[in-house]
Ligand binder design. Structure first.
Ligand SMILES: Cc1cc2nc3c(=O)[nH]c(=O)nc-3n(C[C@H](O)[C@H](O)[C@H](O)COP(=O)(O)OP(=O)(O)OC[C@H]3O[C@@H](n4cnc5c(N)ncnc54)[C@H](O)[C@@H]3O)c2cc1C
Length: 386
């Protein structure tokens, strides 16, 4: 009889884990607190390692058919001065860098998993373990209940309740000093001219406008907290506050956007270990990454594939989970550290560092920049190529 995995969280990590475990012969039950599992329409960069994981999960073709491969970009100062114009070599990373709107990725995973496997509007509040397996305590509008399985995967994001139960002495997520506004707009592609992407670097400000579908532009604005007035959180007000510093392209794209949101980015230290017994963690619950890595969703997908492989066949559960954690913990911990370093360089408000950063970026040929980012990731234990 096939075994049952209970997964908390129907984000990219939880859905990918469900697919990977099914392929490994498991039944899956997913618990999701949201009323609807559809993500809001923001964008994600999928490096070749993420695309390879999607291939393993058999959903790459669907995702790729709904996404966009940016080829030509400009690096600008906020005032529009072009610092560099570059063609992204299509196979520089062994495969293209793909941009997808979240519904393209999340929707493809969701369709593959099937709605029947997901209990919506259901919050996991805790769990107990016994020799017979795991009992997950849940709460929904019909009251308190339990869901039983042979193992539990906490894929419940950066504020994970499962992580909290496993590691009660660990501090909660803390603000990392950077806030972000993200948006998606359809029909504004002409603002980009002949570019697929425009990247802005300023003092304490980093922003990207990038095509993520045939009609859609995903944009991302990352700001050092002290660059905007204290308490300013409304995304449109932040855009209006910064707009005078930006060029016409940026102002045009952001002004046309009605779908946008604000996030104060948070950070957590890597855990000394992830799970115990028949319980483990995956994705942001295990290793939240700052968006400057561009690897949050990718690493959740890679975790899922590794988990499925470890639990394939009739592998005994606990040794398989510890083997999965051994494979993933160190690599993702190194990426957490890498994300912090990148965020510091990109979000600096120090004039001298900003000046040096601009010169470094201007002088470095794009191929070398790609090689550097591959090397930086490899040093952090992750090969983003394929
Ligand atoms: C501004 C920004 C930009 C980013 N850009 C990129 C990028 O370009 N490329 C990239 O790869 N990554 C990017 N990321 C990171 C990426 O979004 C995340 O790393 C990824 O989505 C993590 O997926 P996850 O499934 O682990 O967690 P989540 O997506 O957070 O999913 C967790 C799920 O669990 C549910 N849940 C939580 N608690 C409970 C509970 N107690 N009971 C039941 N359900 C629960 C939540 O409702 C949610 O659906 C970015 C992140 C940010 C903030």
């Amino acid at each position: 009889m096939s075994r049952t995995a209970v997964i908390v969280g129907a984000g990219i990590g939880g859905l990918a884990a469900a697919l990977a475990l099914r392929r490994a012969g498991w039944n899956v039950r997913i618990i999701e607190r949201a009323v609807s599992p559809r993500e809001l329409g923001y964008g994600l960069g999928l490096a070749p390692n993420a695309v390879a994981a999607l291939r393993d999960l058999d959903v790459a073709d669907v995702v790729l058919s709904r996404s966009f491969v940016p080829r030509r970009g400009e690096l600008r100062r906020q005032d529009g001065t072009v610092l560099k114009r570059a063609e992204l070599p299509p196979r520089a990373l062994g495969g293209p860098l793909v941009m997808a709107l979240r519904p393209a990725l999340h929707g493809a995973l969701l369709d593959a998993v099937g709605a029947d496997a997901i209990a919506l509007s259901t919050v996991a509040t805790g769990f107990t373990t016994s020799s017979g397996g795991v009992t997950v305590h849940v709460r929904s509008s019909v009251g308190d209940d339990v869901v039983e399985g042979d193992l539990l995967v906490g894929a419940d994001g950066v504020g994970s309740a499962i992580r909290q139960r496993l590691h009660p002495s660990q501090p909660p997520p803390r603000p990392c000093g950077i806030v972000a506004v993200r948006g998606v707009v359809h029909g504004a592609v002409p603002h980009l001219g002949d570019c697929d992407a425009v990247y802005y670097l300023g003092r304490g400000v980093e922003s990207v406008l990038i095509r993520a579908s045939d009609t859609g532009i995903y944009w991302f604005l990352s700001i050092a907290r002290d660059v905007i007035p204290e308490g300013l959180q409304e995304p449109k007000a932040i855009v209006a506050h910064l707009a005078p510093q930006f060029d016409e392209t940026w102002r045009g794209v952001t002004a046309a956007t009605t779908d946008l949101r604000f996030d104060a980015l948070v950070d957590r230290d890597p855990l000394p270990f992830w799970g115990t017994g028949a319980v483990t963690l995956l994705g942001d619950a295990a290793h939240p990454l700052l968006p400057q890595t561009g690897q949050g969703a990718a690493q959740a997908l890679v975790d899922a594939v590794a988990l499925g492989k470890a639990l394939a066949g009739n592998a005994p559960i606990e040794p398989a989970l510890r083997a999965y954690e051994r494979e993933r913990l160190e690599k993702t911990a190194a990426l957490v550290a890498q994300g912090r370093r990148t965020a510091r360089v990109m979000g600096t408000t120090n004039w001298l560092l900003c000046y040096l950063r601009e010169w470094a970026v201007r002088l470095m040929p794009i191929q070398q920049f790609v090689r550097l980012s591959v090397r930086v990731n490899r040093r952090a234990g992750t090969d983003i190529r394929h």
